[in-house]
Design a binder for this molecule. Sequence first.
Ligand SMILES: [Fe+2]
Length: 271
Amino acid sequence: MLCQLTIDGQPFSFPLEGEFRWGRDEVLFDKHREILSGVDWQERGYSIFALLDEKEQEQLRDSIRGLLVRILAESNIVIPENFRLEDYHRYVGSQALHGEVISKTRFLTYADLGIDFGEMADRIARYIGHRLSLENPLLEKEIVILRISRPQSLDINPPHRDGSLDLWEDVLNVWIPVAGSNAQSSLPVIPGSHQWNEKDVLRTEAKGAAINGLRYHVPGIIQSRYGLHLIRPNPAYGDALLFTPFLVHGAAVNQNPNTTRMALELRFYGG
Ligand SMILES: [Fe+2]
């Protein structure tokens, strides 16, 4: 089926494979309001937070570059010495090669990056007034994702809510732009959509949605009774986009002509 949506008012559609059903009469967010109970953006569901100073952002970028250079070497992908993250698509053109890379960047751990994520969690915890930890008791191993979106590609996931999966119900999503992120490529969200009733959401089951043959763990949302009208809050470098896992987000199509976008996706546990 075709998933039709708008991003900042601009129509966009792509084929989304799966079996779709309207959900049950329940608001998933209702049982998990605690994490956002002290913030003034509870209704909107997301906020931009100044997380890193310039030096820290640079360290993060360097660390990700180092990691990616290692991963590309493992796949025998040749890159120049002065490789820039934004040029990734020039060296990883084929779907097969890209698939090989993201099979690794989708399952990183905190230790892979040599960054003080504990300090990040502390800063965000102070900002929202709720404890956060790196350890999710429902997971054997933490999952840190480096999202790579090549320009003019379908390197996207469908609109979804991480909170549709039990293991992500009590987290805060943290999305950090790393490279090539701007008003044409950053993560779209639907303000207030965490309060939507499931009966108003047409979606697949878990592991039931695929784009371009790539299957996603979270249920993919193809439509809602309110439409799918996303906006890009577009956090600057050094900022993090914080949002409840029940907020509908995704479909981060990269509309830049010639720049790969990379972002770090974290989920801090607040249960
Ligand atoms: Fe997500």
